[in-house]
Design a protein around this ligand. Structure first.
Ligand code: HEC
Length: 133
């Protein structure tokens, strides 16, 4: 292998590792600024619940308390506790659902399947079932 190719590969690996640390360690400041435009009415929460049970529960569990994962997909986190690895504001949760969770996208983007108002309904549903401290 020539030296230049070797350097390119090493630099690429380092960037991949660094990128992962940055992504894992924080939420998304831009997404955090986005306000939830859908009021948390009973209708919104019910609509969100239906979407959740159909679309999200296979991984996150029917109660949203997390799933065990399998050979292909790591465990899906509890969405009812107060621990959010990728941002806890409505805007960040919305962004994680819409665009998926980088870098592995084990949490896939739903933007092609769900319209924005439906994603906000799901956010409202998750808030409604959040465990009180
Ligand atoms: C194929 C399995 C799968 C499905 C289906 C799925 N998720 Fe996820 N989800 C995951 C995994 C795995 C993670 C953890 C990703 C990571 O940390 O890299 C995750 C992470 C998340 C997070 C970030 C949690 C945090 O701690 O910040 C949210 C929010 C979320 N999912 C919501 C949803 C919603 C809402 C749906 C339905 C529209 C859904 N997920 C469907 C597997 C799934």
């Amino acid at each position: 292998m020539n030296r230049r190719l070797f350097c390119t590969i090493v630099a690429g690996l380092m960037l991949a590792v660094l990128g992962r640390i940055v992504v894992v360690a924080q939420g998304n400041p831009e997404a955090a600024k986005v306000k939830n435009p859908v009021a948390s009415t009973p209708e919104s929460v019910t609509a969100g619940k239906q979407i959740f049970q159909k679309t999200c529960s296979p991984c996150h569990g029917i109660t949203a308390e997390g799933g065990p994962g399998n050979d292909l997909i790591p465990p899906a986190p509890d969405l009812t506790d107060d621990q959010w690895d990728h941002g806890s504001t409505d805007g960040e949760v919305f962004d994680n659902i819409k665009n998926g969770v980088q870098p592995d996208l084990n949490m896939i983007p739903w933007k092609d399947q769900l319209k924005d108002p439906d994603i906000w309904n799901v956010v409202n549903y998750l808030r409604s079932i959040a465990k009180k401290k």
